[in-house]
Design a protein around this ligand. Structure first.
Ligand code: NI
Ligand code: MN
Length: 231
């Protein structure tokens, strides 16, 4: 499994030659104020799935752009978010907190997040969530925007995680110290930190953040814009 990071919570996963775009946030992203995101993303060869954790604009503002560019792509999100995009003529697959569902890239489950979820136009965005992916290229937990929650203890019961993608910027989500506790709940040694340094309200010291994880026997991975890792 290859993971490419695009700032904030936006990532692309490559699993079994399927490309999954997570929470696309470019056009309204302050980081892309001076970078042309159309140019930056023009080499993306394909997107097969678009996974959305919740309806806040910093997670969904470019769904229509990518859905229309990659017309065979399928949006996977909660029932309410799926309905919202379905009404705009986009291919969607609505789910809810429930069982694992099989897709060509592996099994996926929508899991609890403690946050909120509403579109910019006021439309209700259902309950916020995260995704648990079990694939034969590894198991991955994407928490979405969430505070620390005891529910995370359930996640490793389904299988050992290779990596967890957790927010670390604080204020709207967990901060670094809480993400360390989360990684203990998850019994996960490798964390990809997201949702930091995009806005002035979620600034972190990267070196210090890595040290805090290291001292607890965990590895915090922080990627540059466009950088990839294999797990
Ligand atoms: Ni949010
Ligand atoms: Mn957010």
């Amino acid at each position: 499994m290859k993971i490419t990071f695009f700032t904030h919570s936006t990532c692309i996963l490559e699993i079994h030659e399927k490309h999954l775009l997570i929470d696309p946030f470019f056009s309204k992203n302050p980081i892309f104020r001076n970078i042309d995101f159309l140019k930056f993303t023009k080499n993306l060869e394909k997107i097969d799935y678009i996974l959305l954790t919740h309806a806040h604009y910093d997670h969904v503002c470019d769904v229509e752009f990518f859905s229309r560019k990659f017309t065979n792509s399928l949006v996977i999100s909660n029932y309410e978010i799926s309905n919202y995009f379905d009404k705009k003529g986009i291919n969607t697959y609505g789910i809810n907190y429930g069982s694992f569902i099989s897709f060509p890239f592996g099994k996926l489950k929508y899991v609890w997040a403690v946050h909120s979820s509403v579109f910019d136009d006021g439309t209700y965005g259902g309950n916020p969530g995260g995704f648990l992916l079990h694939t034969d290229e590894g198991n991955l937990y994407i928490s979405g925007d969430t505070s620390l929650t005891y529910e995370m203890n359930l996640i490793p019961n389904f299988g050992k995680l290779g990596l967890s993608i957790l927010p670390i910027g604080g204020r709207y989500t967990m901060d670094i110290n809480e993400a360390v506790i989360a990684s203990e709940f998850l019994k996960c040694e490798k964390i990809l930190g997201v949702h930091y340094n995009t806005f002035s309200s979620i600034q972190i010291n990267k070196k210090q953040a890595k040290k805090i994880f290291y001292e607890k026997g965990k590895e915090l991975i922080l990627l540059k814009m466009g950088e990839s890792i294999d797990i």
